[in-house]
Design a protein around this ligand. Structure first.
Ligand SMILES: Cc1cc2nc3c(=O)[nH]c(=O)nc-3n(C[C@H](O)[C@H](O)[C@H](O)COP(=O)(O)O)c2cc1C
Length: 171
């Protein structure tokens, strides 16, 4: 399937930190757009859906309307995705319960993952929740890239990896 448009959903606890260095690199070199979850008011999942007027529904609606491919960009916090990103995934449950029309629109979209840690090694199992969630939602999982910062810079190896990752998404 051709990618109409790609969005990076950034889930760092700081808008201009290391994950954003990677996000900005992709934005500047490949024109991907960015949604920064750190600037949104998105409550944790609640069984009574007591958050009718927060930013989740407008945000996910905009994403499914405008984009075909979502790159979930998260720092590694305690070996896994950030709390902000996990909250966002928990809230996708709304799209299966109270906002089913949005859930249906997620079907057939593409998902990819960008992680940013302090370590060059990505621990085994990190991508599993993304892969399984994509499968559950009827989305196509396109793969992941792990990144890190060294001496305040994006290492050349990481830049090369990001370019390859982005080019492959564009196929
Ligand atoms: C709460 C917290 C937990 C972290 N846990 C890990 C970890 O498990 N593995 C790792 O490689 N780095 C870990 N780090 C380091 C961050 O992943 C790393 O500094 C990353 O580049 C931060 O991106 P950010 O600036 O977008 O938050 C942790 C940082 C924080 C703040």
């Amino acid at each position: 399937m051709m990618n109409k448009k790609t969005v990076i959903i950034q889930g760092s606890s700081r808008s201009n930190g290391n994950t954003n260095r990677m996000t900005s690199f992709l934005q500047n070199n490949f024109g991907f757009e960015v949604v920064d979850l750190n600037t949104k008011n998105i409550h944790p999942y609640h069984y009574d859906y007591k958050y009718k007027n927060d930013d989740f529904i407008p945000t996910i609606k905009e994403i499914v309307t405008k984009y075909d491919t979502m790159i979930f960009a998260t720092p590694i916090y305690w070996y896994t995705m950030s709390g902000i990103m996990k909250n966002f995934f928990d809230r996708i449950t709304d799209c299966l319960k109270t906002e089913k029309s949005i859930g249906k629109q997620l079907k057939g979209k593409n998902m990819a993952v960008l992680s940013c840690g302090s370590d060059a090694e990505l621990k085994k199992g990190f991508t599993m929740p993304f892969e399984e969630s994509a499968k559950y939602l009827g989305m196509e999982y396109l793969g992941n890239i792990h990144t890190w910062i060294a001496d305040e810079e994006i290492p050349p190896q990481v830049k090369g990896g990001l370019e390859k990752f982005a080019r492959e998404l564009k196929i």
